[in-house]
Design a protein around this ligand. Structure first.
Ligand code: MRU
Length: 339
């Protein structure tokens, strides 16, 4: 795999600035937690599992910045840092999940030094586990694609969005290596183009035959019988199987149902939030207006127009054919299977 999305070494986070892709490949060196928070908020690193890993390393940096002369004060500043890192992006549950894991391991430490060591160990473990989860998602998910199948995918769920080969994209990679995948249609994914800038970039690197489509072409493609299945990722999956994912996912699920096409969701278990009963309770991030009114630094809408820019939508579980996790393929009723 060509891309290393995020790395921690020599007390710094190194991450590929995804806002610069596909034009420039720039690796940022970040030494302060605040810088990582800025990178998450401004989508330099994005995708639910990658956000989780970045959040974990941000807390490691915060622990290095914190005053270690007093244990109680040190722990209080860790909690405060976790709170502010956790607010960087609200929908992907992986961020909260990773921070909670780190806070839990730090609690048993008797000195700040030990806490720092434990935090780094746990953050690295989260990264390793995510890499392995992706591999297994690929193994479980590839057989869902028919021999010679054509898949439509949305947003970017590849190596850029995770610590491994990707979730939905990981399935595509595995199926391609197995010789069962014929073609991929990737949506541009308005407004900030994770499909055309990032997924298309990964598809070209991998040499998978693929076509980029505008988001609104998906229905026509399905009506023309050009799509065998849709595979997308998730930012959070509720206990009943409702799926929050990039805006436009719901539209694709409705279209898939209308055309009798299977609609698969691929995500690690770290994206499953059993504390949330249904999609209604998932917080949906709203992003700045300029993401819609500007493209590549150019205004594409008049000054003064109102904008509504939700970054995610919720696909009701009844539209989901199956959910692929590292532990296997979950079929309806999802409530039972996810638990
Ligand atoms: O706003 P983004 O780019 O972070 O949104 C990403 C998605 O919606 C992905 O589909 C999801 O996080 C899964 S990534 C494996």
């Amino acid at each position: 795999m060509a891309v290393k999305t995020i790395e921690f070494r020599d007390n710094a986070v190194y991450l590929l600035d995804q806002t610069r892709l596909p034009r420039d490949v720039v690796v940022l060196e970040l030494r302060r937690a605040e810088e990582v928070v800025e990178a998450i908020t401004s989508l330099r690193i994005r995708g639910a599992p990658a956000i989780g890993v970045a959040g974990a390393y941000a807390l490691v940096l915060a622990s290095l910045q914190a005053d270690a002369s007093d244990v109680a004060r040190f722990m209080a500043s860790l909690w405060e840092a976790a709170r502010s890192i956790g607010q960087a992006r609200p929908t992907a549950v992986n961020l909260q999940w990773a921070l909670q894991r780190l806070l839990r391991v730090s609690e048993g430490a008797s000195t700040p030094e030990e806490a720092r060591r434990r935090l780094l160990e746990e953050a690295r473990k989260i990264q390793r586990e995510d890499e392995e989860a992706d591999r297994l998602i690929g193994v479980h998910g590839a057989p869902l694609i028919p021999q010679g199948g054509v898949v439509l995918t949305h947003c970017n769920t590849g190596a850029l969005a995770t610590a491994g080969q990707g979730t939905a994209f990981g399935i595509l990679r595995t199926a391609w290596q197995q010789g069962r995948l014929r073609h991929v249609y990737a949506t541009e994914t308005r407004p900030v183009m994770q499909g055309s800038r990032l997924t298309a970039w990964e598809l070209v690197q991998e040499g998978i035959p693929a076509s980029l489509i505008v988001d609104s072409a998906a229905g026509t493609l399905m009506a023309q019988g050009k799509v065998d299945c849709v595979i997308v990722g998730a930012d959070r999956i509720a206990a009943n199987g409702d799926v929050a994912n990039k805006i436009g996912t719901y539209t694709l699920a409705v279209l898939a149902r209308e055309h009798g096409i299977p609609f698969y969701v691929a995500a690690p278990i770290s994206s499953v939030d059993l504390s949330v009963a249904s999609g209604e309770a998932i917080p949906i991030e709203e992003r700045p207006a300029w993401e819609v009114t500007y493209l590549g630094g150019q205004a594409i809408a008049p000054e003064g127009i109102g904008v509504y820019n939700p970054a995610f939508d919720v696909t009701p579980h009844r539209l989901v054919t199956a959910i692929v996790t590292e532990r296997g393929v979950v079929l309806p009723p999802f409530e039972e299977g996810l638990r």
